[in-house]
Design a protein around this ligand. Structure first.
Ligand code: ADP
Ligand code: MG
Length: 894
């Protein structure tokens, strides 16, 4: 390699904004300097040194044939990689040019079955955001515009793009950017600002999809969605693969078509990923029984983008119902689906020119799945389901034509390469047939030549063969080499034989070379034409692929429903959510689950859920959200029966304390998200609040929880489930008409031994708050302490001021008052003067001053009492509680 290679590499590298450059040098793609180090680290390549102009550079390389796997591995790790190919200059020297840019959002060779979205987000006027999502591996291209940064990040989270193009304004919007960086596992790629410009973007979109596209998909000319779409088109074109050809349709969707699910809710509900980050144990993983990757992608889309359209959902439910009850027909359908390949991806491969003959054969086979599915449906109970309509959606006549065309063209066992012939059937092309015939004739001539020569010239030991250097030759054994006829010309002498040629052989050789070349060229030409014709029908293939995916997704829902005894939800446009014997769809697969009822409607729209730690409050509430979500994804639900009033959105928030344990959240974030819920939820929404307010000191927290409850109940009027350890909130049920209490029942009577059993049954009414005192009693806390605790509790319940007891001395008695109307505590002295509001002290303070009431308590006992009072039984585990009680006992014994 010449001296200038490293310089050439570095100057090409300076031309691109890619993270890495792979540059062809002969039979290798090489990387130098920092790039070499990075790749060596990531992919375990060996580093060597390359010296250039007196300096030495690290160098790493991969053989040409290994480019794809290495490129794919690097891109899947999040790198953007430029590829420079080597060309011959006129003067015979070599030069290199960047021919391709591969990035996480534009990789056609992906090894992953999941959707691979490239997203762009643009901020428009007055807080509107334009979003575009393109999956170049399937040709899906969606745009929308949403209000506000929260809605934008919620949509982005739903699509989980692998690469994001933030628009110029978004790049300087630090809060949004950092939120996206934190939540999405996407490479951020900064493109030139002018590619996001409205005029330029509009032009690109029209150029690509036609002058009247925007009108026909109902998109405003100046919508930022157009800017996002334009930026994506510009980027995809820049990658140097013709893949944008498969992006044959621009689809505009309105956020209103789908259930609002903010990013936090999607995460809290563990739709496709658990809080820990894995997919195992998430809803999607639990219910996914699809047999094909397009089916899997579609089902995932249904789960992350539930709908609000009652008619559409009823059709899905109809289909799932028929499929669930017709087990045999369902299995027959799923068997047919086994033969289906990924048509959407095949269409993209055809468009980018990377499809080989085997891929076109796969297209043919998959198109045959449509009529096979139809046959499997005929004469079964499925014939009256919506499935025949699903299969009728793609243009079936066109599909049959394409299938026949491919069938007539491609042999059943085509070769992997597309340049060496052997692809096409006889009769496909006359000229090709002639060439093949001539080729075979010549081959036959050469095959039989040795025999003929033996016979004609009385020679033994004759073979005819060809190699690279000598071409065709007649090889004769040494013993008879001197008997060859005159017209044999010797070309080589070997140890045991001699090689000869003749004029005739040379002429045939020239001809066979000519025919071979012509045949190869013609086949390749014919193949490219055929591939282009397939690419031109990308829309048909996408429609057909989609129909097959839909059958797969529906059958998967039915399969899971049948196996797990799920039931068809009754969807209404009312406000009610009535669930009989509901279960949590994920927990029920691993646990002996205790089913629970749930009743929410306009008059009972706000449930305060109480119960001790680990009793099942969070599970109960998530179950309500997931049943609603599944119903609106078109699925059956885990319940004996369910009436689900369609909701426009689901909002959940888990208190910061619970999340803090996982090192995820802060109280500030908790409040921001609460604020988002209070702003975004409507009376048609479902809101789940789990221990909100817990992340701060008691008085603050309870005040926030109180006020949020009032606001949600009075102003937003959303259906709400609120689990709280602030028992005080349960009194709200007496004051607000739509608020009711439920609690998770606990079994554990004093005197029955130490067993406290969580029944996990949800019952009406607040939890029995003396639960903690029972535990204290069970554990042997001295009688006076238990009695006094009961006394304090009664006072609290009656919302009376509590006088703290002291012993000896002359300290004043302190009072704490819980004021229901304001929802806060006020401290008061015995003189009745307020001593200031939200202090971080416990409601009832034990002074160490003079005792006035009841029997005197010694200082140690007073301390214990104070600690007992300050102990929140809902906040600590039973074990810890036992330990504390034990400690108190030993202190009291002294
Ligand atoms: P809480 O929110 O009240 O602290 P969780 O909802 O986190 O309680 O549930 C605690 C444990 O109990 C979890 O492991 C959960 O799987 C299990 N669990 C909850 N509800 C049920 C139920 N109805 N049947 C069986 N197990 C349940
Ligand atoms: Mg909980």
């Amino acid at each position: 390699m010449s001296q200038g290679i490293v310089e050439e590499f570095l100057s090409l590298k300076a031309e691109t904004d890619a993270d890495l450059l792979m540059m062809q040098c002969g039979d290798f793609y090489e990387l130098f300097a920092d790039d070499a180090e990075t790749v060596a680290d990531e992919l375990d390549l060996t580093i060597s040194q390359k010296s250039s102009h007196g300096s030495s550079y690290p160098m790493a390389g991969v053989p040409l044939s290994e480019l794809t796997p290495y490129l794919t591995a690097l891109v899947e790790r999040g790198y953007r990689v430029a590829v420079a190919d080597q060309f011959d200059a006129e003067d015979g020297s070599k030069y290199r040019e960047i021919t391709r840019l591969a990035s996480p959002g534009t990789l056609v060779e992906t090894t992953d079955d999941d959707a691979q979205y490239l997203a762009a987000v643009v901020e428009g006027k007055s807080g509107e955001y334009g979003l575009a999502f393109a999956d170049i591996t399937t040709g899906r291209f969606l745009v929308t515009a949403v209000d506000g940064a929260d809605a934008a990040s919620a949509e982005l989270y739903r699509f989980a793009p692998t690469e994001l193009l933030p628009g110029p304004e978004v790049r300087t919007d630090d809060p949004l950017l950092s939120r996206l960086q934190e939540r999405l596992d996407a490479t951020h790629t900064l493109r030139p600002s002018d590619e996001f410009g409205p005029g330029r973007a509009r032009h690109r979109v029209r150029e690509r999809f036609g002058e009247s596209t925007l009108e026909s998909i109902g998109l405003d000319h100046d919508s930022p969605a157009v800017q996002a779409a334009g930026a994506i088109l510009a980027y995809v074109d820049d990658t140097g693969l013709g893949v944008s050809a498969a992006m044959s349709r621009l689809q505009h969707y309105r956020p209103d078509d789908h259930l609002d699910l903010d990013a936090t809710t999607q995460r809290n509900l563990e739709l496709v990923e658990t809080m820990q980050g894995g997919s195992e144990g998430a809803l999607f993983d639990t219910i996914d029984a699809t047999v094909s990757s397009p089916g899997r992608r579609l089902l995932r889309e249904w789960i992350t983008r539930p709908r609000r359209d009652q008619e559409l959902l009823a059709r899905r439910h109809d289909a799932v119902e028929s499929l669930a009850s017709a087990a045999l027909a369902r299995e027959a359908l799923r068997d047919c689906l086994d033969d289906a390949y990924d048509l959407e991806r095949l269409a993209s491969r055809a468009a980018s020119g990377s499809a080989d003959a085997g891929d076109l054969l796969a297209v043919k086979q998959t198109l045959a799945v449509l009529p096979a599915l139809e046959d499997a449906i005929d004469d079964t109970p499925l014939a009256t389901s919506p499935l025949p309509d699903v299969l009728a959606k793609p243009d079936r006549a066109a599909a049959a034509d394409l299938r026949e065309e491919l069938d007539a063209a491609i042999r059943d066992d085509p070769p992997k390469t597309v340049t060496q012939g052997g692809i096409f059937r006889e009769g496909y092309d006359e000229e090709l047939d002639e060439l093949i015939e001539r080729h075979e004739e010549l081959e036959r001539f050469l095959d039989t030549l040795a025999d003929r020569e033996k016979r004609e010239h009385g020679l033994s030991h004759v073979t005819v063969d060809r190699n690279k250097t000598d071409g065709y030759y007649i090889q004769v054994g040494k013993s008879v080499a001197d008997q060859v006829p005159e017209h044999y010309r010797e070309v080589k002498t070997l140890k045991n034989s001699k090689r000869f040629v003749t004029d005739e052989l040379e002429e045939k050789e020239r001809e066979i070379m000519r025919v071979e070349e012509a045949r190869g060229e013609l086949e390749y030409e014919l193949f490219e034409e055929l591939r282009e014709r397939v690419a031109a029908r990308a829309e048909l293939l996408q429609d057909a692929g989609r129909a097959i995916a839909e059958v797969d997704a529906l059958a998967s829902l039915a399969d899971h429903a049948a196996r797990n005894d799920w039931t068809r939800p009754e969807l209404t446009d009312g406000d009610a959510l009535h669930v009989e014997a509901g279960r949590h769809p994920v927990v029920e697969t691993t646990t002996e689950f205790v089913p629970n009822d749930l009743h929410l409607d306009r008059d009972r729209r706000f449930l305060i859920v109480t119960g001790p730690n680990m009793s099942g409050k969070s599970t109960y509430m998530r179950q309500a959200a997931l049943i609603t979500l599944l119903a609106q994804a078109g699925s059956f639900v885990p319940a004996r029966s369910a009436e689900v009033g369609l909701v426009d959105g689901i909002y959940t928030r888990v208190g910061a304390l619970d999340e803090l344990a996982q090192g995820r959240s802060t109280f500030m974030v908790e409040m921001q998200e609460l604020s988002n819920i209070l702003h975004s939820a409507t009376e048609d929404s479902l809101v789940i609040l789990d221990e909100v307010g817990r992340g701060t000191a008691t008085y603050d927290g309870i005040s926030i929880a109180w006020a949020a409850t009032e606001y949600l109940h009075n102003e937003v009027r959303a259906k709400t489930l609120f689990a709280t350890h602030y028992h005080e909130l349960t009194t709200l049920a007496d004051h607000l008409e739509g608020v009711a209490n439920v609690h998770v029942a606990v079994d554990g009577e004093p005197g029955e031994g130490n067993d406290v059993t969580f029944l996990r049954t949800v019952r009406d009414g607040p939890t029995d708050r003396s639960y903690g005192i029972h535990v204290a009693d069970l554990a042997g806390v001295p009688g006076p302490v238990v009695d006094r605790a009961g006394d304090v509790l009664d006072r609290l319940r009656e919302e009376k001021a509590i006088e703290a007891r002291g012993s000896g001395g002359d300290g004043e008695t302190k009072q704490a008052v819980f004021d229901l109307s304001s929802g806060s505590f006020a401290g008061a002295t015995s003189a009745g003067q307020p001593s200031g509001g939200a202090a971080d002290t416990t409601p009832e303070t034990v002074g160490d001053g003079g005792g006035v009431e009841g029997e005197a308590v010694d200082p140690e006992a007073a301390d214990v009492l104070e600690e007992l009072d300050g102990t929140d039984v809902a906040e600590i585990s039973p074990i810890e509680l036992m330990q504390r009680v034990e400690e108190w006992q030993s202190r009291l014994d002294e």
